[in-house]
Design a protein around this ligand. Structure first.
Ligand SMILES: NC(=O)c1ccc[n+]([C@@H]2O[C@H](COP(=O)([O-])OP(=O)(O)OC[C@H]3O[C@@H](n4cnc5c(N)ncnc54)[C@H](O)[C@@H]3O)[C@@H](O)[C@H]2O)c1
Ligand SMILES: [Fe+2]
Length: 413
């Protein structure tokens, strides 16, 4: 096996209890005028409020936008720009919150330098150059957005949420303090946590690509590689052992710490490798059901893996080991999938599409929509055409993991 890969990430990742106290000095190292994106739930939490006061103490003047909405509808970007005022007067953008807030901070940093409309940047590698520096402070564990090259928004003119992917969106600093995540309610902890697990699993089971060293610009997502593998395994172990505890005992800082470390590593894994089928299907399912990103990804992941399992058997065995549930049958790898099902059910992730109100008649349309998300589907270890996606959706609707076919022949019968 050859060793090759590309690794991108922030200039600096700062991780630890109390680390948010350095927010002021970190931001001051980049400039004196900051736009701060957050939301009112997050900014009213005492550890977050304390971190924000360090900005003034460090001599940083701020304009604050605190009305970010979950799942980031486009109107929030417009409202944030209006609240922040002249973008030429900002040196740095700070995002303190979950994935929705950090994604907003990335987009403000983009528009400050390159201008709108935002639509011109949809897709991959459409940002022409550097954006303002972003300091990302996650309060969920989580999307990993503090280290990734992506921002996801809900544009009402599009049926599905859209992604903007570019290395220029990677935050300059990721400032990760587990104390900021302790106030997450159980459902946010569960859904954002299972999303993080899916990032690790989809990055680790992604297909590898032969490097094209002359490619410029390089694909944002490079497929599985030795860098992403290392981060994914660390993430899988940390998240699988701490998710249930973090959901049940939110004040357990050890569990919160492991979850934030896990989601950070999962972000580094998928921010370089990419995600796959569960994420592609969630785009369609989330739009139809108005359910959070993590819920949909967590629900769909076992069904997708059941379909692809023979194409990534070695990886599933390795993941089972990381989860602490060694695979007894390497020819029929189920242990990792079963453990994901157990974990997600245990923390309250719905287990079928019927449970979240998706009608059976809607499935063909959802398969059509997901089949258009080539940038994610090409990472799948087994080809995921429209018929395969529909098959997965049907089994996810009924909640029948075991009935999934295990070979291409069976799939086309
Ligand atoms: N950029 C990326 O790499 C990436 C990756 C995956 C998902 N996403 C996107 O991120 C978004 C989801 O982000 P998320 O799962 O972090 O949730 P979120 O940011 O949407 O937040 C969900 C809810 O949790 C609350 N919350 C956040 N932190 C809290 C805290 N510490 N205490 C109490 N409440 C808190 C928020 O106020 C909000 O109501 C989606 O839009 C998704 O598409 C982005
Ligand atoms: Fe995700």
């Amino acid at each position: 096996m050859t060793i090759d890969g590309v690794l991108r990430g922030p200039s600096e990742i700062i991780f630890g209890r109390g680390a948010a106290g350095s927010l002021g000095s970190v931001v001051a190292s980049l400039g004196t005028r900051a736009a701060v994106c957050t939301d009112t739930v997050v900014s009213s939490q005492p550890p977050v409020a304390a971190a924000l006061t360090t900005l003034r103490a460090a001599g940083v003047t701020t304009v604050v936008f605190d009305r970010t909405e979950a799942e980031l509808p486009l109107r929030c970007v417009e409202q944030a720009l209006a609240a922040v005022g002249p973008l030429g007067e900002i040196d740095v953008v700070v995002g303190v919150g979950g994935g929705s807030v950090i994604d907003l901070a990335k987009l403000v940093a983009l528009l400050a330098i390159h201008g709108g409309p935002l639509e011109q940047y949809y897709g991959e590698n459409a940002i022409p150059g550097r954006c303002l520096p972003v300091v990302a402070v996650p309060t969920t564990a989580g999307t990993g957005s503090e280290v990734t090259p992506v921002a996801v928004i809900g544009d009402p003119s599009r049926e599905l949420k859209v992604g903007i992917s570019s290395p220029y969106l990677i935050p300059r600093f990721a400032l990760c303090d587990p104390e900021l995540t302790a106030s997450c309610p159980p459902s946010v902890t569960a859904f954002s946590g299972i999303d993080a697990l899916a990032h690790a699993v989809e990055a680790f089971t992604a297909s590898a690509r032969s490097p094209d060293w002359s490619q410029q610009p390089r694909d944002v997502f490079q497929g599985k590689n030795p860098f992403s593998d290392s981060f994914a395994l660390v993430a899988a172990a940390a998240i699988s052992r701490s998710l249930e505890l973090a959901v049940r005992s939110g004040n357990d800082l050890g569990a919160r710490e492991a979850m934030l470390f896990g989601s950070l590593n999962a972000g580094l894994a998928f921010g370089n490798a990419g995600t796959g089928g569960a994420h592609a299907l969630q785009y369609a399912v989330g739009a139809a059901s108005h359910t959070p990103h993590g819920l949909g990804v967590g629900l769909l992941l076992p069904y997708v893996l059941s379909y692809t399992r023979h194409a990534c058997a070695a990886e599933l065995c390795r993941l089972a080991e990381a989860f602490g549930v060694p695979e007894p049958d390497q020819d029929e790898p189920r242990a990792a999938i079963d453990e994901i099902v157990r974990l997600s059910a245990s923390v309250g992730v719905p287990q079928t599409l019927a449970e979240i109100g998706i009608a059976e008649e809607a499935l063909p349309h959802l398969a059509d929509q997901a089949s258009g998300i080539g940038r994610l589907l090409r990472n799948s270890p087994r080809p995921l055409g429209r018929d395969a996606l529909l098959l997965i959706l049907r089994t996810a609707h009924r909640g029948e993991l075991i009935g999934l076919p295990s070979t291409n022949e069976e799939a086309t019968r």
